[in-house]
Design a protein around this ligand. Sequence first.
Ligand SMILES: CC(C)(COP(=O)(O)OP(=O)(O)OC[C@H]1O[C@@H](n2cnc3c(N)ncnc32)[C@H](O)[C@@H]1OP(=O)(O)O)[C@@H](O)C(=O)NCCC(=O)NCCS
Length: 180
Amino acid sequence: MTYHFPKPKSRTEAQVDFRQPTKEDGSEVWKLVAACPPLDQNSMYMNVVQCDHFADTCVIAERDGKMLGWISGHIPPESSDTLFIWQVAVHSDARGLGLGKKMLRELVARDTCRNVRQMETTITRSNEASWGLFRSFARDMNGKLSDAPHYECEAHLDGRHATEHLVTISLPRKALRMVA
Ligand SMILES: CC(C)(COP(=O)(O)OP(=O)(O)OC[C@H]1O[C@@H](n2cnc3c(N)ncnc32)[C@H](O)[C@@H]1OP(=O)(O)O)[C@@H](O)C(=O)NCCC(=O)NCCS
């Protein structure tokens, strides 16, 4: 899918293409994630496997062949109505232009997500950019957003990582039809 930003104010607002990753993208994804704190850095191998096995629920945003954005997601094996978003990364040169939200819309519009009725993600309390992104997406989709502690600092994360709150956004059929 190709989007054209309406009134380009700068080069970063020029044409951005959205596509599924291939295993050739894994190392570049790894570099983009590394450049986007506070995201956790996983192994390059993991990003290669993610690009290879979960391409249907991952998206790359690029302009002139340069990777500007990445979302990894999957449909959990026992929740076929749920798209779980793992990481969202937008290069610092391209933030604030709506790219994060456009990538989320691109994913829910895919045929793979035809049975999806809700989006889930986890967010630490301090990640304001992530809360801003998902609240804004929920508003656009007329979805209801709820959250609750899920992967907890002491109980699950060995005291080494802040508690991750599970955020659930309902995706009304009408809104899904509009993005498809
Ligand atoms: C979070 C991130 C992906 C947002 O990408 P983006 O393309 O700039 O986001 P968008 O332009 O689509 O903005 C969507 C909404 O989020 C809000 N938002 C974006 N950055 C924000 C910030 N730093 N603080 C508060 N709100 C923010 C925007 O205001 C917008 O809301 P609005 O529609 O009400 O104006 C990007 O800042 C990033 O890569 N951060 C580092 C990695 C990270 O924290 N990822 C999220 C965790 S998975």
